[in-house]
Ligand binder design. Structure first.
Ligand code: SF4
Length: 184
């Protein structure tokens, strides 16, 4: 019986090669839950590109809520942490918790995330969060370091072929470039 996998995706550039790899092995559903992304216009832009990829390959996608207030509360007190400091594991945990919860509630036995495709996203930080949540919700986590094995090159090609929007910051307001923050 084919295995149903719920894949949390952060954006199209990080997830397109992951989706392409997993869609042939599993009954794949893409899960877009990224309340970290700021501002909302940027959130909508990134989501639209994920929708475009899913439409092209006829993959089911769940558009979860934009719970930006929940994210703000979760990282309160960590605003001045650098990228990959103490704020980021909280951010990963919030997004993966919602994914694991949805997976458990909707009959998925397995969940994964495209997060480790990011240059600064360490698998040794993200995968243990996935395993802990899998234990908590009674499902399995698919651990991977997607930036390995030539997948970043493949992703670049797939993104360029489609003219997919590629952002220049991780996602939250604290990760925006200083030049952008000064304009606000
Ligand atoms: S820098 Fe990226 S991973 Fe870290 S808190 Fe901001 S959006 Fe989340």
């Amino acid at each position: 019986m084919p295995i149903k996998l719920l894949l949390h995706v952060c954006c199209a550039p990080c997830s397109i090669a992951v989706i392409d790899e997993l869609r042939s092995k599993y009954v794949l559903t893409v899960f877009f839950y990224n309340p970290n992304i700021y501002p909302e216009a940027e959130y909508l832009k990134r989501k639209a590109e994920v929708v475009r990829v899913c439409d092209e390959w006829q993959i089911s996608m769940v558009d979860a809520d934009y719970e930006s207030t929940k994210w703000d509360k979760a990282v309160a007190g960590l605003e001045h942490e650098p990228e990959m400091g103490e704020r980021c594991p909280v951010c990963f945990g919030l997004r993966l918790r919602r994914t694991a919860e949805y997976a458990a509630q909707h009959g998925f036995s397995l969940f994964a995330t495209s997060l480790t495709m990011g240059r600064n996203k360490k698998a040794e930080v993200i995968n243990p969060i996935g395993w802990a949540l899998a234990d908590e919700f009674g499902i399995k986590f698919y651990p991977e370091d997607w930036k390995k094995s030539g997948r970043q090159i493949k992703a670049k090609k797939l993104v360029e072929e489609r003219g997919i929007y590629r952002q220049n910051y991780c996602g939250c307001r604290y990760s925006q470039k200083k030049t952008v923050i000064r304009k606000q």
